[in-house]
Design a protein around this ligand. Sequence first.
Ligand SMILES: [Zn+2]
Length: 323
Amino acid sequence: MPRSFNIQNKVGLLGACLALAGADAQAGPPWRVDGGFPTNWSTLTVETRTLGQNLHFLHASGGNSLALSGPDGTVLVDPELAPAAPRLLAALQKIGADDVRFVIDTHYHSDHSGGNAFFRRRGAIVIAQASARARIAAGGHSIYWNQTSPPGAPDALPTLTFDRRIDLHVNGEDITIFHDDPSHTDTDSIVYFHHANVVHTGDIFLTRLYPYVDVPAKGTIDGYFPVLDRVLAMIDDRTIVIPGHGTPSNKAGLQAWRDMLKIVRDRVAGRIAEGQSLQQILAAHPSREYDDLWASNRVGPDDFVVMIYQSLTGKRLDWQPKR
Ligand SMILES: [Zn+2]
């Protein structure tokens, strides 16, 4: 079972495709340009990698996917953006995993749940936390991403919902899906494959991208720590940790992410406690030493700090990144 990876896949969120780097207001280079999601739907390449017996990592366009195949049918975690679903199915066919019986959405964002309708029409049961179903059904507008999602069609909605935890016992695997208090959104699920020792974190963890805290969907920076600590306590040094976007990682990578979030969060909190304004906090550049690794045009240093500031103060700033 391979335990190290070098998968160069695109990272991004919600399908906003940006052309230019958003230069930081204070100083420094324009941040790494992330091209967002590929949209060459008919020729889209699907990255596929075997993680263990009948368990595969896949990435087409959107979030990262996992597929567990076997006699009970395939379990697919995160069916990515809707137009990518046919390519995802073609990739699943190549590895003998196209009998998709269960889809699990790690959260409501369309880059993770967009393929729901495609797989539902082929007979899949779509499992998600109850709030994810409600948010997909409602649709909405993201000021941050300048993107509108229409209300979800009936066949795009999850068919089986849960509140805190549900377990799936198929193909000789025990899969625990659990939801904690809001962090990235109020719809997030962690998906843990016990025997394979693989966990999909959804967007609670990203490699090479600062978090997008979906404040309008009740996301909050302080919610990240309890759920990240819960995952860290569950896993070991051999666990493969699949982030919502970016390269598969491990416990050390997840710990480094958690530590970075906490340090930057605490710096912002300290300055708020001193009575500093948002402009003063931004000028202090509290994420400085982490920017080379995690900042990009999609979530730059200022964007990250503003999301923390909004979380801690309860202020809604309707912030839009400089693009
Ligand atoms: Zn997301």
